[in-house]
Ligand binder design. Structure first.
Ligand code: FES
Length: 492
């Protein structure tokens, strides 16, 4: 009998994104029942899928090879205590199945005995009962003699359950997997979820969540003490626990900028990388125990001792809250910007204050998205895009990037790589070099965009760039049929 698999688990087993699978369901190529899919239907859709060729099998094979041992031990496998618990859980499940089978076997043997007894004591029914007995005998011989073909997806699913656990979140219904030594919080952030948290190190209690079903295990020390009623209700600290079995937990997610508190922290300059003649990437790393909680698209104020401060959009994803990236344009950002271009060194400290702003991704829009960046406007849009990719959104995403300088598409390779790797992402670089005015430049972008992607007229639109470009681009989009409510602009 085919098994039913949760959507995210099925996607992981086949090695495709959940978004692609959702698209198949939406197109009618695959049926889903209560958020699950049958292994039979999946194998029909992906007939070439073989256990030996799956990423999971490969991962297990590599574990056996000494050369990969340490890397896998560090990153892919959970700690041995968690692994032992998961194997124990699997053992319990197998034991249940075995007991059920034994029970059925006893029932069938009892049924045969009963049929024989009745046949002997009721001559009138003997012929019918003999036929029933023969039929039962034949069916049993067939079932027991048949070589059972293993359900490769079910086998892979059993392996996956040992390597990683699936977590469903209430009330949002979102879900994610926990792999390696990740805590619940780390895995949720990597999956693009904006859960509530503070210190990430077991001190503040802000990451409290209630376990509705499943088992968790503490993997990090915590100083915060849960009250007895909290313990009785199943509360746990997400930053210090991982999942032993598949879990359902109750935790609140931030849905607006007002859900994120202002924070101040000191981060270290990890790297300064020129992206072209006028754009520098400033890469900051926060302390492990004092990360920046923010939403994709937000900005922060950066300050350096005696070099003033400036507000900059974060150009990285909240799914990596320790590694913050900024695109600092030469000549902008006052004395702080000057310092970035002249004299700031890796290892120095920067004060980070914020986050600010409500230029946010509309998670509830259930709509495909069009991103229009002008020059440095790519920074907040990169954050939105990376967030959307972490969430494995199945909606279409189109990025049009207008650049006023010849080398203005300063992360062209990254955008092209996304375009190559993701079925639902499309990239359109547009040169505004040589345009007589900002208005003429934006007109070139809008025109080329609508020529190439006319259906984007129904999309949610996120615009970002210098003031000169945003106002004309908004007017041109509205003249082309977009409504004002579709447009979310930010001036950077
Ligand atoms: S985030 Fe502070 S205790 Fe978990």
């Amino acid at each position: 009998m085919p098994q039913q698999l949760a959507l995210s688990r099925a996607a992981k087993l086949i090695g495709i994104s959940r978004a692609t699978l959702q698209k198949r369901i939406k197109d009618g190529g695959l049926h889903s029942f209560d958020g699950t899919i049958s292994t039979d239907e999946l194998l029909q859709l992906y007939p070439d899928l073989k256990l030996e060729e799956s990423g999971l099998f490969e991962q297990t094979r590599k574990i056996k090879e000494e050369a990969f041992r340490r890397r896998i031990m560090d990153h892919a496998l959970p700690a041995k205590e968690v692994l032992a618990e998961r194997l124990f859980e699997q053992g319990m499940e197998l034991n249940d199945i075995k007991q059920h089978l034994q029970h059925y076997h006893t029932l069938v043997v009892g049924l045969q005995d009963r049929i024989h007894e009745l046949a002997e004591s009721s001559p009138a029914a003997k012929s019918t009962l003999d036929k029933l007995d023969q039929w039962l005998e034949r069916e049993l011989r067939q079932v027991l003699g048949e070589e059972q073909k293993p359900d490769s997806l079910a086998v892979m699913d059993a392996m996956l359950k040992v390597m990683s656990a699936h977590v469903s979140l209430q009330p949002s219904g979102r879900d994610f997997f926990i792999e390696g030594n990740d805590t619940l919080l780390e895995a949720a952030l990597k999956a693009g979820l904006a859960l509530n948290y503070g210190c990430s190190s077991g001190n503040c209690g802000l990451c409290k969540a209630r376990v509705i079903s499943g088992q968790v295990m503490r993997t990090r020390h915590s100083d915060y003490v849960l009250s007895d009623p909290e313990k009785q209700q199943g509360y746990t600290l997400m930053c210090c626990h991982t999942a032993v079995s598949d879990l359902t937990i109750e935790a609140l997610e931030a849905t607006s900028a007002s859900d994120i508190p202002r924070q101040q922290l000191t981060a270290r300059v990890k790297a300064l990388t020129p992206l072209n003649n006028s754009m520098m990437m400033l890469h900051l790393q926060t302390p492990r125990s004092h990360r920046l909680r923010f939403l994709a698209g937000q900005s922060v104020t950066l300050g350096y001792v005696n070099a003033g401060s400036g507000e900059f959009p974060i150009a990285s994803c909240p799914c990596n809250d320790r590694d913050l990236q900024f695109h600092i344009e030469r000549g902008l950002g006052g004395t702080f910007g000057e310092k970035v271009w002249n004299g700031l060194k890796p290892g120095e400290n920067i004060t980070v204050y914020g986050p600010w702003g409500d230029y946010l991704f509309n998670d509830d829009a259930q709509n495909s998205s069009l991103f229009i960046a002008f020059d440095r406007g790519f920074a907040p849009i990169k954050s939105l895009l990376e967030h959307s990719m972490a969430r494995e959104s199945n909606d279409d995403m189109v990025l049009a990037w207008g650049a006023s300088a010849a080398d203005g598409h300063y992360m062209n390779n990254l955008c092209r790589a996304w375009d190559d790797a993701l079925e639902n992402f499309h990239y359109l670089p547009v040169s505004m070099d040589g345009a007589a005015s900002a208005q003429a430049g934006t007109a070139q972008v809008v025109e080329k965009l609508l020529d190439n992607f006319p259906r984007t007229r129904r999309f949610e639109v996120y615009l970002a760039g210098p003031e000169d470009y945003i106002a004309p681009a908004m007017s041109q989009l509205m003249a082309a049929g977009f409504s004002k409510s579709q447009l979310t602009p930010i001036v950077v």
